[in-house]
Design a protein around this ligand. Sequence first.
Ligand SMILES: C[S@@+](CC[C@H](N)C(=O)[O-])C[C@H]1O[C@@H](n2cnc3c(N)ncnc32)[C@H](O)[C@@H]1O
Length: 222
Amino acid sequence: MHLFRPQRLRRAGEYLVYLVLFRSYGLPISRSPSYSLRTNPSRESQSLSRRLHIGGQTRAPGWEVLDANPGPCVDHVGNAGDLSRFAENSFEQIYASHVLEHFAYLRRIVPALMEWKRVLSPGGSLYVSVPDLDVLAGLFVDRDLLSVEERFLVMRMMFGAQSDEHDYHLAGLNEEFLTSYFVAAGFQDISRVDNFGIFDDTSNMQLKGIPISLNMIAVKTA
Ligand SMILES: C[S@@+](CC[C@H](N)C(=O)[O-])C[C@H]1O[C@@H](n2cnc3c(N)ncnc32)[C@H](O)[C@@H]1O
């Protein structure tokens, strides 16, 4: 029977692996990637109207801060996974540093990114910084470089400081995983940068001179 031809069997096997990874583990690996990944592009700042800073710790002109916890610089208290208070296409820029890893990789990250895309205007940019699991994993096992106290700090960067109910990390991200999630949420023109040059926050954090954050930009093209 031609059902058992090697080529068909291989394609069926690939599809099975894809289903298991996507459905069971929440990793939206694209079978035929259609995104372009660029490194360190120079980006002109655009003329902006509203800008949303998710999880922001400082007040900055032109930026509205949304956070799960109230605070002196917080304009909107709420869960970043539900931005229903905002109409679609409300913001020309959205910035979230060390927030996305607080969403469960299984069934929460992609819906959150889709929600951020909904309120982003066409052509708008999303700036996301997360702990870079590739870097943290390398640092954690490097006993020659780091003391036990420093390796404990690395562990906290992986799992969250756990200072309140929102301060837990539910996903470990690196460039490949985050790119996959951006693609699954419908973002395009995805790029990695050394720093955003927007806020002085954890996106710039270094340990022993090594940057521990993964900083990426994704664009809503339509
Ligand atoms: C680790 S701090 C990062 C602070 C700052 N952005 C930085 O990079 O230094 C995470 C921030 O995100 C907020 N946060 C975590 N989960 C959130 C959620 N689901 N919705 C809104 N804010 C959230 C926390 O309250 C906190 O202010």
